[in-house]
Design a protein around this ligand. Sequence first.
Ligand SMILES: NC(=O)c1ccc[n+]([C@@H]2O[C@H](COP(=O)([O-])OP(=O)(O)OC[C@H]3O[C@@H](n4cnc5c(N)ncnc54)[C@H](OP(=O)(O)O)[C@@H]3O)[C@@H](O)[C@H]2O)c1
Length: 326
Amino acid sequence: MRAVVCSELGGPDKLALKEIESPVVGPGQVKLAVHAASFNFLDTLIIRGLYQDRPDLPFVPGAEAAGRVVELGEGVTHLKPGQAAIALAGTGAFAEELVADARRVLPIPEGFSMKVAASFATAYGTSHYALAQQAGLKPGDTLLVLGAAGGVGLAAVELGRLMGATVIAAASSREKLDAAREAGASEFINYSEEDLRTRVKEITDGRGVDVVYDPVGAELAIPAVRSLAWGGRYLVIGFAGGGIPELPLNLLLLKGASAVGVFWGAWVQRDPAGAAASFRQLMSWLASGELRPNIRECYPLAEFEKGFISLQSRKAVGKVVLTVAD
Ligand SMILES: NC(=O)c1ccc[n+]([C@@H]2O[C@H](COP(=O)([O-])OP(=O)(O)OC[C@H]3O[C@@H](n4cnc5c(N)ncnc54)[C@H](OP(=O)(O)O)[C@@H]3O)[C@@H](O)[C@H]2O)c1
C-alpha cells in the first residue's frame, strides 16, 4: 500500500510517499481502507518530535481518517467488514490502509461524506467538550474564540452560536474573520492589527467575556485572561502560537475566574459514555444541517506536503483534507 512515511524527524520535506507492507491486525484492532484523512495541528508537531506522543521511527503520520472496515481483530464485535467508520488513531491515517485500536474506531451512517467524516470528530469533539463540559457555556454568555478560523477554532465558533452564546471571533486576517462570520460569529477582532483587550472592552462595554476559547496561547494568552468578565472561564486548548505562556494567578483571583484545561483525547478514554453522548449530539447536528464543516482545501495522497504547509504557514481556514480513495 502507499503511505506517507516519517523516517527522520523534521518538516514535511523529510516525509516520503512510499510503497510499504499493509499493517497487520492484532487482537482488539481494526483495519480500515482509508478514503479520506484530515490534518490536525498535532500532525505538524509529531513529525518534528515536538508532540507529547513520540512514536518510534519510521511511522506513518495522520491522526484522523474515515473509510471502510476491511478486517476485524479477535474480540472486536461493534463493527462489520464493509462498514463506514472513522478512526481517531493518533498516527497511521495518511495511508491507503490503517490499523487502529477498535475503541478508537466509530461507525458512521451510510452515505455520510467521507471528507466530512474524516475531519469533524477532533475539531467538533474538542470544542463541544470544552464549551459544554469544561466551560458550562450557557445561552446569553459571551464567548471569545482565538484562532477562530482554525480547525478547532471554527468549530468552537459554530458550536458557541448553536449553544446560544454571542461569539466574538479573533483571528489574524480579514479572510479568516469572514469565515468566522459565516460560521456564526457576530463581533470580530483582527489581532494582527488591533489590540485584543482594548477591542474586547469596546465590544462588551467594559464587562469582558464569560468564556475564552484559546488554541493559540503565546502573546494572546494574558490579554485574553485579562478580558474575562467576573466569574469567567479561560479554556486552555493548545499552543499553536508556540511556547507555553505563564499565567499570573492574581488575574484569576481578581476576577473570580477559572482557567480550565481541555484534553479531549484523554477525556474520550476516561469517559467513553460522555464522549459517546457528545458524538451522538454532534452527529445529529450534522445530519440536521445545523453544523456545516468548512473544508476549503483537499489534496490527493501524493500531494500530502501541501496540507502540512497550509497548517504550519498559518494559511489554513477550517479543515484541510487528504483524499486517499473514492
Ligand atoms: N486540547 C485538546 O484536546 C486539543 C484538541 C485538538 C487540537 N488542540 C490544539 O489546538 C490548536 C489548534 O489545532 P488545529 O488542529 O485547529 O490547528 P489549525 O487548524 O492549524 O489552527 C491553528 C490556529 O492557530 C493560529 N496560530 C497562531 N500562531 C500560529 C502559528 N505560528 N502557526 C500555526 N497557527 C498559528 C492560527 O490562527 P490565526 O492565524 O488566526 O492566529 C490557526 O488558525 C493546536 O495547538 C492543537 O494542538 C487541542
